[in-house]
Design a protein around this ligand. Sequence first.
Ligand SMILES: Cc1cc2nc3c(=O)[nH]c(=O)nc-3n(C[C@H](O)[C@H](O)[C@H](O)COP(=O)(O)OP(=O)(O)OC[C@H]3O[C@@H](n4cnc5c(N)ncnc54)[C@H](O)[C@@H]3O)c2cc1C
Length: 419
Amino acid sequence: MLDGRTKVVIIGAGFSGIAAAKELRHTSVEVTVIDRQNHHCFQPLLYQVATAALSPADVAWPIRHVLRKQKNTTVLMAEVRAIDTAQRRVETDSLSVPYDFLVLATGAAHSYFGHDEWAEVAPGLKRIEDATLIRRRILIAFERAELAMDAAERQRLLTFVIVGGGATGVEMAGAISEVARQSLARDFRRIDPTTARIVLIEAGPRIMPAFPPNLSDYIRRTLIKKGVEVMSATRVLSCDEHGVDLEHGRLDADTIIWAAGVVASPAAHWLDVRHDRAGRTNVGADLSVPAHPNVFVIGDTATVVDQPGIPGIAAAAKQMGRYVGRLIAAHAAHRPLPPPFRYRHRGDLATIGRQAAVVKLGWFELRGFLGWLFWSVVHIYFLIEARDRFIVAFTWFWEYVTFQRGARLITQVPPTERS
Ligand SMILES: Cc1cc2nc3c(=O)[nH]c(=O)nc-3n(C[C@H](O)[C@H](O)[C@H](O)COP(=O)(O)OP(=O)(O)OC[C@H]3O[C@@H](n4cnc5c(N)ncnc54)[C@H](O)[C@@H]3O)c2cc1C
């Protein structure tokens, strides 16, 4: 508190970091939000960018713009490299920032289970850059198939493998199938895009294990109706640029998408504190780190020791962010502190493409078109900016009635993807 104001540094402007910052907007504290990107990304709609339904700017907003009305908040675009808890400083690639309270909200990344070399051939979906890379690969695969002279090569180019049968894998498989069978169906002359093979591979016994078996079975049947091959209880042994090796053989494919695992950001490593097997920092009931009561870890990069099983979803991240914001505001104002954090699970949603989604809110279940409508309203409601709510709603409606995919441009093709 050098100049008398409490300094709060929030690292990460994802769902949890933004929620914490917003909770501090009417307080006397000085907030600094640090993110390595200049935008907040609405990850639940990234698959729509990856499958050319939406443009990147429809699902991401400059952090400065999101927080522009908060006069007590400074936004810095910098990459955090280390934390000096003794000196209470955050070390970034460009400057060192002092703090009284620190909030780590740095999210998670893909886990390739010790095979990071697969990342090059099997990108995951986490950031805007991932979505545009995947979009480019999908669209280029069709273009190259149109040029291919050899039938086997054409089939390989038209084979899309998605590894991981959780929400992202299911959404991607359903959306790629619609790109092939509807949006592109009449756009090519030498190939028939509807013959594309879309294969969803899951190591566990069933896809969408977070849902009860009847809903997970409904999702499987809906995907199969959309032309997706669902391979559960199938382990991927390796990936390369020509396909994947499975326990029971080889699958040649040009496009491989990784949706199989996540690992937390290195927050626990920066603090040199305990973490779980997925790298998530152990935090106590007030989301602070044991031994560092002024340091909080929230969202996908935290595990609350006395509440195991809090899912890595936006709702949980936002609840943690709001809680820590309230707690720090109370600390700074010398008010009584709120009771320990309690996660409230409101339900699970997943979409399988046009007209099909699954909603489970306690005993209440919806599926099919009604589920999809519910899913759409919830996602548009949660988009931050009113303008973007309108754009997303309009784009979806237009795509729905015309079967068009508006964001199908292939740009910035690196040399390796040209040949
Ligand atoms: C494809 C996909 C689909 C999803 N779909 C859904 C869904 O339908 N419903 C749902 O509820 N949840 C969904 N999720 C999960 C949800 O998006 C996450 O749980 C949520 O984003 C976690 O919020 P967070 O604040 O912990 O991290 P994030 O939102 O990931 O934000 C972390 C931030 O930290 C920044 N950062 C990281 N490291 C550094 C560093 N070293 N220096 C500076 N900044 C750094 C990043 O740039 C990022 O802005 C989905 C996730 C993905 C990837």
